[in-house]
Each structure stands twice: as C-alpha cells, then as structure tokens.
Design a protein around this ligand. Structure first.
Ligand code: FMN
Length: 185
C-alpha cells in the first residue's frame, strides 16, 4: 500500500498537519507512507510554455519533477490544505496546475483530503473534488473538515475534526482493499 501524503499548508506543524497525521494514523503498519511538505519545495505553477502538449510531460525544471514521480508511485494520494481565501492553498493550487500533462496517469488512484478553516470552505472542497474527478481518480474520504481559526492549535476547539480525519484515513484504506482485493497484502 503506497501512500503519498501531500501537506499543503505553509505551516508544517499547524492545524492541517495535525489532521493529516490523524488520517495517516489509520493506515496499516505495512503501508509505505511518503510525507511531502510543499512548504519545503521550490516550484512554480503552470507557465505559458505549453511544451507538454508536444512532449507529453512537463519540462519545467524544479522540485515538482520529484513530486510527479511520487504521484506516479502512489496508490493513494492524501491532500491536506487550509482554506485560504475560500480555496486550497497556493502551493496545492500550483501543484494541481502542474499536473496538466498527467493525462490518464493518475487514473484510478485513490484520493482523499483533509481541510481546515471555517469560512468559504465549500469552494476549497470543490477544487479538490474537481481535481480528482478531472484526473479520473477514485474520490474517497469522509468529509474531514477541521473548523479552525487562525491561531496554531485552534483545531482543539473542534471536537469532531480529528475524529473525522481518522474516518477519512479509514475510508481510504477500505477503498484500497475494495480496489485491490487480495492482489496485494
Ligand atoms: C492567507 C490566508 C487566508 C485565509 N483564508 C481563509 C478563508 O478563506 N476561510 C477560512 O475559514 N480560513 C481562512 N484562513 C485561516 C486558515 O484556513 C486556518 O487558520 C487554517 O487552519 C490554517 O491551517 P494551518 O494551521 O495548517 O496553517 C486563511 C489564512 C490565511 C493565512
């Protein structure tokens, strides 16, 4: 079970990270989990080149190249994003744009997400759903929305947030076994 956990908040140990960790705690011991903190990486959004239309892959030479490899490797991709001005974080959005060339490459990978924030989070959810459906991923999870304010640790005021994050992790594991059955341990 290959799991790529994409931490999309600028704060590596903030509310979103806590939700991610709660979801990941549900994966079995044998799962290989790669944690990727976008805040550590240097990369741009999609530029004007359109090179991928002819080459079939993204030619922009930055840290996103390794992220592409990790995404291709993964069987389950879990995103974590704060709601920022009613949408995913800038880093998550840049990552999404850069996958434009990956047509079909993410098909049938299992995808889920956790989100933190309290206002306008509907459009944050919508962006994540659109991304996964556009890539023909299998959308999983169970609505893990942490009701948070801006301070660090604000998550503790939402008694259901971490529980829901655990539910999301559990659902992704369930989908994995549904998809792969006995083919994989
Ligand atoms: C630039 C910026 C924009 C934000 N916009 C929103 C927003 O539209 N809705 C919301 O509920 N929270 C918003 N917030 C608050 C964050 O979503 C919230 O504090 C979140 O839990 C932060 O996650 P973190 O602890 O992982 O950094 C915003 C925060 C920042 C820094």
């Amino acid at each position: 079970m290959k799991v790529l956990a994409i931490y999309g908040s600028p704060r590596k140990d903030g509310n979103t990270a806590k939700m991610m960790d709660a979801a990941l705690a549900e994966f079995p011991k044998e799962a290989e989990i790669k944690r990727l903190y976008l805040a550590d990486l240097n990369f741009s959004g999609c530029g004007p080149c359109r090179e991928c239309k002819t080459t079939g892959y993204c030619v922009v030479d930055d840290d996103m190249q390794q992220v592409f490899k990790d995404m291709l490797w993964a069987e389950i991709i879990l995103f974590g994003s704060p709601s920022q001005f009613g949408d995913v974080s800038v880093d998550i959005k840049k990552l999404m744009e850069r996958t434009w060339w990956m047509k079909g490459a993410l098909r049938n990978k299992i995808g889920g997400y956790v989100i933190t924030g309290r206002r306008y989070i509907e459009s944050t959810i919508n962006t994540l759903h659109a991304f996964m459906l556009r890539h023909r991923m299998i959308l999983g999870g169970s609505g893990a929305l942490g009701y948070t304010f801006t301070e660090m640790g604000g998550l503790e005021y939402d008694p259901l947030a971490l529980r829901d994050a655990h539910f999301t992790g559990r659902r992704l594991v369930e989908l994995y076994y549904l998809v792969y059955g006995d083919m994989k341990p």
